[in-house]
Write a protein that binds this ligand. Structure first.
Ligand code: TTP
Ligand code: MG
Length: 365
């Protein structure tokens, strides 16, 4: 049971929800075509009977039982489950669904921060108690379902990091609440890999110094963590103790936006590369607008048929300029085209994001 005290010890009266859509792209596809429900569905590159290139964007839960997961080569997904329904990525439809879900979230939050196409933090401190925040989460799930037909999982807690970890504990269609008194029982036993921002490499480095669980993070003196992880040590330590002080330097704001495309067949022709840059730039630009940010760097990525990969980047004045992204990307990629090798993949990235505008919503909690 959770305490309904108004300012539970350690929470400073903050109540945060983390909302994350369940198998987002796949769920939108199931919504569009209900016959897909219950069948394994994989959204991503064309598998082409097992010879396809590119990767899985996401898979629904039935497909996950075969071991299919995001970022896996599509050929591998095809090998383990050839009877799955393989669907191409329908960005336009997913952005509309995302916008509709985010609209409902925004309307019910004191502060709102979207951190990805399918996830957001909501500060609901005006609820006044963890119990009331949990009730709001239940209401939101119902409202999102009514308005969009989609299910989300929500984590309810008193810091952003804990709310994010919580939203993953009961997927799909989950609601999980982590109060200050649940920290030791529900959070400390979890692997450090659950910590937002800790990827495979960091998890291995933590393991090497004997830190396997979030409880181990809590117990390890911050000085010792800092010897290995610099300022991130404070973020880790605060998170494990249910403190939010280090969250603003944490991993929640995107550092870049990028899109890439693997050609169906390797290309020689500069015109094919040029043609691909346009939709990639446009998609990156729509992220820039959606987040209301400015970027200071435009970059490109080019992979030759032998997987040799080059990246180039150029500093620009902070701005939001679609043509500028495309032009800069083209100017960066042109010199790489004099190489005689065929091209397998091209990508566009903007980074050095500035969060000046909309600061209240972005840093407000
Ligand atoms: P996630 O929230 O990581 O995954 P998900 O919503 O599919 O599944 P879960 O129920 O575990 O939350 O990502 C959201 C969407 O972003 C996902 O539906 C597809 C896209 N995506 C990619 O395109 N490539 C990736 O590598 C990942 C992780 C996600
Ligand atoms: Mg999700």
């Amino acid at each position: 049971m959770h305490d309904a005290t108004h300012h539970p010890k350690g929470s400073s009266g903050r109540f945060i929800l983390h909302v994350d859509l369940d198998c987002f792209f796949a769920q939108v596809e199931e919504n569009k075509n209900p016959e897909l429900k219950g069948k394994p569905v994989v959204v991503g590159a064309d598998p082409r009977g097992g010879t396809g290139r590119g990767v899985v964007c996401t898979a629904n839960y039935p497909a996950r039982t075969y071991g299919i997961h995001s970022a896996q080569p599509i050929s591998q997904a095809y090998r383990v489950c050839p009877k799955a329904v393989f669907l191409p990525v329908d960005w336009r439809r997913y952005s509309v669904s995302s916008r509709n879900v985010m609209e409902v979230c925004r309307a019910h939050a004191d502060f709102f921060q979207q951190t990805g196409i399918d996830e957001a933090f909501l500060d609901v401190s005006s609820c006044g108690s963890l119990t009331a925040a949990a009730q709001k989460a239940a209401f939101l799930k119902k409202r999102i379902r009514e308005k969009t037909g989609l299910t989300v999982s929500i984590g309810v807690s008193f810091t952003k990091s804990l709310a994010k970890i919580a939203s993953d504990l009961d997927k799909p269609d989950g609601l999980s609440v982590v109060g200050p008194r649940d920290l030791a029982a529900k959070i400390w036993p979890l692997s450090v890999a659950r910590v937002p921002g800790v990827g495979h490499k960091t998890a291995l480095r933590l393991e090497r110094i004997g830190v396997l669980t979030i409880g181990d993070l809590a117990k390890t003196p911050v000085r010792r963590l800092a010897e290995h992880f610099g300022v991130s040590a404070f973020y880790f330590h605060d998170l494990a103790h249910g403190r939010s002080s280090a969250e603003l330097s944490g991993p929640f704001l995107p550092k870049s936006f990028s899109r890439e495309r693997t050609f169906g067949n390797d290309v020689w022709d500069a015109a094919d590369v040029y043609a691909a840059l346009w939709p990639l730039s446009r998609e990156v630009f729509s992220d820039v607008l959606e987040y209301g940010t400015h970027y200071r760097t435009v970059g490109v990525k080019l992979r030759y048929h032998d997987f040799d990969t080059r990246t180039r980047a150029k500093a620009v004045r902070p701005r939001q300029d679609l043509c500028g992204i495309q032009k800069t990307a083209w100017s960066l990629i042109q010199p790489l085209l004099s190489d005689p090798r065929k091209i397998r993949l091209v990508g566009v990235r903007v980074s050095g994001l500035e969060w000046r505008r909309g600061q209240r919503t972005l840093h407000g909690f």
